[in-house]
Write a protein that binds this ligand. Structure first.
Ligand SMILES: C[S@@+](CC[C@H](N)C(=O)[O-])C[C@H]1O[C@@H](n2cnc3c(N)ncnc32)[C@H](O)[C@@H]1O
Length: 297
């Protein structure tokens, strides 16, 4: 596959009618001296003057903001997800110092900004969303990092010019209609001896079964398979991984995912059965995530 041809084609997404005004606004951001504080909230500081109303206007053009939170010189972007909860769950398990790192399905780059605290050699994000890339570009205009954001998907990883020591692929697997093919693509993107951190919706059970939702799961229409951990392990084995470690499983709560005024749409409370929060509104088990580390050899 000619990735440069894909990149050229996707660069045209920036001219779409909903994206072009965002790109125009990004072009006119002022250049100021900043420092970034990479804590649970990715915070930007400056001693220079910033027009916060103008910044808020630009950030709001980029709604919905799903992953965060961010604090841009006092402008708090209270995102739908408290992504620090997932990050802090995984944090004790990895060290990215001098590593080449990929974040597949990186959204606006919240985790990638946090990775910088480890001084990785390189960080590359893959996400085929012109909106989320624009959010990334807004934050990174001020962070001024060397993070590379590719408007590519997991399916492009086998053809990528480099391989990675550590790959994160969080919250993507259940969106793929062929999960084993996705895991094989991840395996091809990994350096020998490398490791992958993955999370996905799971169901409870010891048997190797997967839930196949009808129209939607938790009102998300593009969820195809929700496996037990055993089924996930079998998929990983079939994709060529020989090591499969379960790091834990966590029920999604309204502390982690909730409606804020940085999204227009519904959130977790609208996705669960109002009479029984252990079920989705479709009657499936409520969202629970399994976190695993997988390796090839
Ligand atoms: C549920 S979000 C997960 C975001 C983040 N990784 C996290 O765990 O919070 C799924 C992300 O996958 C991205 N995505 C969609 N299609 C993709 C593809 N083919 N390859 C990689 N990412 C994709 C979406 O744009 C979105 O940002």
């Amino acid at each position: 596959m000619d990735l440069n041809a894909v990149r050229l084609e996707r660069a045209k997404w920036m001219t779409w009618k909903n994206i072009a005004p965002l790109r125009e606004a990004l072009e006119h951001l002022s250049s100021i001296e900043t420092t970034a504080e990479l804590g649970n909230t990715v915070k930007l500081h400056t001693t220079e003057k910033v027009d916060i109303d103008e910044l808020e206007h630009i950030a709001r053009l980029m709604m919905p903001w799903r992953k965060g939170p961010f604090d841009l010189f006092g402008l708090i972007i209270d995102t739908e997800w408290r992504s620090d909860i997932k990050y802090n769950f995984l944090r004790p398990h990895f060290n990215l110092h001098n590593k080449k790192v990929a974040d597949i399905g990186c959204n606006n780059g919240y985790y990638m900004f946090r990775f910088l605290e480890d001084n990785p050699e390189k960080v590359v994000g893959f996400d085929p969303s012109a909106l989320f890339k624009s959010q990334f570009d807004l934050i990174n205009h001020y962070v001024k990092s060397d993070i590379v954001y590719e408007l590519l998907g997991v399916e492009h990883l086998p053809f990528y010019e480099e391989k990675f020591d550590v790959i994160f692929c969080l919250g993507v697997l259940y969106h793929r209609s062929d999960p084993v093919a996705m895991l094989k693509a991840l395996a091809k993107g990994l350096e020998d001896g490398g490791e992958i951190y993955l999370d996905t919706f799971i169901i409870d059970g010891d048997e190797p079964y997967a839930l196949c939702p009808g129209e939607s799961y938790s009102k998300i229409t593009n969820v195809y398979f929700v496996p037990t951990l055993k089924a996930l392990e079998n998929w990983c084995n079939r994709a060529g991984f020989s090591s499969f470690e379960v790091l834990g499983s966590v029920l999604t709560t309204s502390d982690e995912q909730r409606k804020t005024d940085w999204i227009e749409s519904q959130s977790l409370e609208d996705f669960l059965d109002p009479a029984d929060s252990s079920k989705t509104c479709e009657g499936y088990p409520a969202p629970k995530r399994g976190y695993v580390r997988i390796k090839k050899g």
